[in-house]
Write a protein that binds this ligand. Structure first.
Ligand SMILES: Cc1ncc(COP(=O)(O)O)c(C=O)c1O
Length: 365
């Protein structure tokens, strides 16, 4: 079976975990601080606060920026549910802005148009998601945010190492969140980190990660136990050394697909704007004709995995009725009916990628 994901665990990761186990310091400790600094420096951010997964990393970002009940946060409806759930965790209101049909990420024109029509003072932030490994148009989004005095949070769960003109995703906004789940571009088993621009906001985020603690058994806010373990941080330090290599392999795999599909009119392949470095967390095709389920079955019969990421626009989730706002998200809804992700992870051999590419091509022939 050619699968959708296969985390790489090297001898270095195993040795690093054994070292932590032998040290006896299993929970949060100096290795976590070391990982926070190393990852923060890699992205080019200011302050790293490690925590337990990409969902808590989003929650901590919003808590650190002070997003509270009744605040509105403008965001994309085409993402994993954790992105917009983090807004609901704080009893704030997700406001969905439609996506660009070519890049699948939030459309700055639609964001601007929505703000022109609906802006009110309860709108506090924009939460962008750099989806599938491609960054959103951050220079444009930061300008819009400045004009309306909105904070910016970058959900980078799928974009470790993605760049715009050499600047890494996660270094543009007021806060950024990353996931280190095993299927991600780098992993720590489970894990997450929140990066902050402002030191006071980072300190507040860090407080929320550790029960809102200001001193031993003294707490001045309702906090959580979101502390990363030293075991996860040790894995993360080793994986970070491999991240650029993993991403090169993903890009090489994507290049094989791009070349194979160049003359295939039935599908759209991932669009990469000039100056952007895509890190292909997913290689997602969009069917212009044919039946997605049928293609998926055809591939499965040939022992090739594929995944619908994502089958619904977030406004269609049953429990989002009445808790979100939006005007028109028809591109997100239509896109969710057409996309199919193919295996692109770095453990695939070029032959395996070619096998998948040939199968897709032969399906449409
Ligand atoms: C865009 C996005 N945001 C947030 C998350 C949440 O990360 P985690 O699964 O580590 O909680 C994910 C995970 O798939 C994601 O894809």
């Amino acid at each position: 079976m050619i699968g959708m994901a296969k985390p790489f665990v090297g001898e270095e990761e195993i040795a690093a975990v054994v070292e932590v186990m032998r040290s006896g310091m299993l929970a949060t400790g100096p290795v976590v601080t070391q990982f926070e600094k190393a990852f923060n420096d890699y992205i080019g951010a200011q302050h790293g606060v490690a925590n337990v997964n990409g969902t808590t990393a989003l929650h901590v970002a919003l808590l650190g920026l002070g997003i509270k009940e009744g605040d509105k946060v403008l965001t994309t409806p085409f993402t994993f549910i954790a992105s917009s759930n983090s807004i609901l965790f704080n009893r704030a209101i997700p406001v969905f802005i439609d996506i660009d049909p070519k890049t699948y990420v939030i459309d700055p024109d639609k964001l601007e148009a929505y703000l022109e029509k609906h802006y009110d003072s309860s709108m506090k932030a924009i939460l962008v998601v750099h989806l599938f490994g491609l960054a959103c148009d951050m220079p444009r989004i930061m300008k819009i945010a400045e004009r309306y005095n909105l904070r910016v949070i970058e959900d980078c769960a799928q974009s470790h190492g993605a760049e715009i003109d050499g600047r890494r995703a996660g270094s543009f906004g007021d806060a950024a969140s990353f996931s280190f789940y095993p299927t991600k571009n780098m992993m720590t088993g489970e894990g997450g980190i929140t990066l902050f621009r402002n030191g006071d906001e980072a300190a507040l985020g860090r407080k929320y990660v550790n029960h809102g603690r200001v001193d031993q058994y003294l707490h001045d806010v309702l906090g959580y136990n979101y502390r990363m373990t030293s075991i996860c941080a040790a894995i993360g330090l080793e994986q970070l050394k491999r991240l650029d290599g993993f991403n090169s392999r993903r890009r090489a795999n994507a290049a094989i697909y791009n070349e194979s599909f160049a003359s295939l009119d039935a599908i759209d392949t991932p669009f990469v704007p000039a100056g952007y470095t895509h890190v292909y967390h997913q290689y997602t095709i969009s069917l212009k004709q044919g039946d997605r389920n049928d293609l998926q079955k055809y591939l499965a019969d040939k022992k090739i995995g594929s995944a619908v990421v994502y089958p619904f626009s977030m406004n269609e989730q049953p429990f989002y009725k009445g808790v979100c706002e939006y005007d028109d998200v028809s591109i997100a809804e239509a896109t969710s009916r057409r996309v199919l992700s193919l295996p692109v992870h770095p453990m695939l051999t070029p032959d395996e990628v070619q096998t998948v590419a040939s199968a897709v091509t032969s399906y449409f022939a």
